[in-house]
Design a protein around this ligand. Structure first.
Ligand code: FMN
Length: 173
């Protein structure tokens, strides 16, 4: 798929088909995470790919807002170093890369941040130096995804040259 089309059609989905995702696609997802840039090229993020049914259930139990991950084909827990001021940006970039790389292969995803920190640390052997900040659940969609996004229009979000100068495509030089 064309990159722009991948971006524009990707929705956050929380319901997945039982069809298995191939190992090569899972590897690609992790490679896409690895390829993302980090502040000062610190590469402080770490990724746990969860694929066992039992472990996906455990993930769901360790969450306050991502119970749906139990139905995912696999998930990636993104860990980062909370002492770095930019660690959430780094985690976010890795998430977006993974989601877009997966969607390019027809694998959809959703994310959640509601994590029972202590419980997840214990269940997934996460060291104290790292924080589980976000989980991405992946799988094939149950039905065809029609990319209708609920987003504010650009003139409300974007400005040209100065805050307040509303974006207007006719003003672009
Ligand atoms: C920082 C962040 C935190 C989120 N946390 C959760 C969450 O805890 N649980 C969940 O089901 N979805 C979560 N989402 C998904 C959002 O609800 C979703 O991105 C938004 O509704 C847009 O969805 P759409 O792209 O399908 O339109 C989160 C998204 C972001 C960016």
């Amino acid at each position: 798929m064309d990159t722009y089309k991948v971006i524009m059609s990707k929705l956050d989905i929380r319901q997945f088909d039982s069809k298995k995702v191939a190992a090569e696609v899972k590897s690609r997802v992790l490679e896409a995470a690895r390829a993302s840039g980090t502040g000062n090229n610190k590469q402080e993020w770490r990724f746990i790919l969860v694929q066992e049914k039992e472990m996906l259930k455990r993930l769901a139990e360790d969450s306050t807002s991502g119970g749906w991950v139990a139905g995912a084909n696999f998930a990636v827990v993104v860990l980062s170093d909370p002492t770095l001021s930019f660690h959430l940006i780094d985690a976010g970039r890795a998430v977006q890369n993974m989601e877009l790389a997966a969607w390019d292969h027809g694998v959809i995803s959703g994310i959640y941040t509601g994590i029972k920190d202590e419980k997840m640390r214990k269940d997934f052997a996460i060291p104290n130096t790292l924080k589980p900040v976000v989980v991405v659940g992946f799988g094939y969609p149950v039905k065809r995804i029609i990319g209708k996004k609920n987003r504010m229009p650009l003139p409300e979000l974007a400005f040209i040259d100065k805050y307040g100068n509303k974006f207007d495509p006719k003003k672009l030089s």
